[in-house]
Write a protein that binds this ligand. Structure first.
Ligand SMILES: C[S@@+](CC[C@H](N)C(=O)[O-])C[C@H]1O[C@@H](n2cnc3c(N)ncnc32)[C@H](O)[C@@H]1O
Length: 384
């Protein structure tokens, strides 16, 4: 059985795991932890998933808390030791909050007991701890725990304590580099966080080797970059703005150099309303964040908000009419539509009824929001 430590956007992370593994009958999902059976390796899963922070395997189970038995199990999990050992322990809750609290207190004692055993058998050893409740991907990576000893995980369920070992953690440096280190950024129009772009592509469930993917509001090309990294070879981006297309090109070239990849991307300057003049063959997948309208600060007059919503709904109606016809029957569109937090309450720019009137079937709708932002996103998974 595998355990997944979920990122900040829990509902999206879970939907992404279901889309990537094809497994929806979890053993358990509670707090930020999900347990399920899959044959996929932890490294493959972590490499694909943007909404998961750690993946590992459950190795043992204790009916009740027994520090010494747990220490035995963890030392056995370490296998043959030749060098200095660095290890850490994290406790996760999967159903019994009270015992989890107790075990968090016990985990330090457990760590010291394991340390003592290893020292007695002549191995230099360091127990890595942190002020946070669990060890973060940053602590695990910077201390090279996965190579030097391991992160061991106690998962407290209602009936037992599962003992697991982390096998892969999110490559936070690579994600941050693509987010902040790419040459062309456009904070005025807005950019998708790369992790959200990746989750959206995963939700589309397409095979990168055969599918054509289109982002018709590509901006500086976040979706296009993630698609190239995921192995898509038929990638199309378009935008009404010549600057956006130049930025997408620049970012794509930068990514190819960074990751020593060879993937081409076809780019068009075009309004989405008339994109069928350039893209003549239907595509398998559309993944996009639509135009969000003018930047908002949250204190806008209600008349302005209403005018803005009217303008956006008309634009979306026109654009998504064209995009519906550009999507193959059976294809999937995953679209981030804005939801405005305003003085007159929450305002959706694209409702379920309108998108259904165009012809799409709404397979899923998940909210993505960050604290302090005036514009949230509704991620809609749409079938044709
Ligand atoms: C929110 S941005 C997309 C950002 C992109 N997801 C990224 O990560 O860089 C929306 C984009 O829609 C483009 N746009 C606005 N109206 C458009 C239209 N009618 N057709 C196509 N693109 C349009 C804007 O130029 C802008 O680049």
């Amino acid at each position: 059985m595998k355990f997944f430590v979920l990122g900040n956007h829990r509902e999206l992370s879970i939907a992404e795991i279901v889309a990537v593994t094809g497994v929806s009958d979890f053993k358990s999902v509670s707090g930020d932890l999900l347990l399920l059976d899959t044959d996929m390796s932890s490294a493959t899963l972590q490499d694909k998933l943007a909404g998961t922070i750690k993946v590992g395997s459950v190795i043992g189970e204790l009916g009740e808390w027994d520090k010494e038995a747990c220490a035995d199990l963890i030392v056995a999990m370490m296998g043959e030791i030749t060098n200095r050992v660095e290890f850490g322990i994290s406790v996760y809750d999967a159903g019994d909050g009270k015992q989890t609290k107790e075990l968090r207190g016990e985990s330090q004692k457990l760590g010291l007991s394991i340390k003592k055993r290893l020292k007695e058998s002549g191995h230099p050893v360091r127990l890595v701890t942190s002020n946070e409740k669990t060890l973060s991907a940053v602590v695990i990576t910077t201390n090279k725990l996965l190579e030097r000893g391991g992160e061991f995980v106690l998962i407290v369920t209602k009936d037992s304590i599962l003992v697991g070992q982390t096998e892969a953690v999110q490559d936070f440096e690579a994600w941050s580099k693509r987010d902040f280190g790419r040459p062309a950024r456009d904070s005025k129009s807005g950019m998708l966080p790369p992790k959200l772009a990746r989750m959206m592509i995963n939700l589309a469930g397409a095979d990168p080797h055969t599918a054509t993917i289109l982002d018709p509001f590509c901006g500086s090309g976040t979706v296009l970059m993630e698609a190239a990294l995921m192995g898509f070879t038929r990638i199309i981006g378009s935008d009404i703005s010549p600057k956006a297309i130049a930025d997408s090109q620049k970012n794509h070239e930068w990514l190819m150099k960074q990751d020593q990849l060879v993937a081409t991307v076809t780019l068009f300057i075009s309004p989405a309303q008339t994109l069928d003049q350039h893209v003549t063959k239907p595509v398998d997948v559309i993944v996009t964040e639509t135009y969000l309208g003018p930047g908002l600060h949250g204190g806008e007059h209600p008349d302005f908000i209403k005018k803005n919503l009217k303008m956006l709904s008309e634009l979306y109606r026109d654009c998504f009419g064209t995009l519906f016809n550009l999507l193959k029957p059976g294809g999937t569109a995953v679209v981030a539509f804005p939801v405005f937090q305003t003085q007159i309450g929450e305002q959706e720019a694209m409702g379920r009824t309108v998108i259904e009137q165009i012809g799409f079937r709404v397979a899923n709708k998940i909210r993505y929001e960050r604290v302090g932002q005036h514009v949230a996103r509704d991620i809609m998974v749409l079938g044709r």
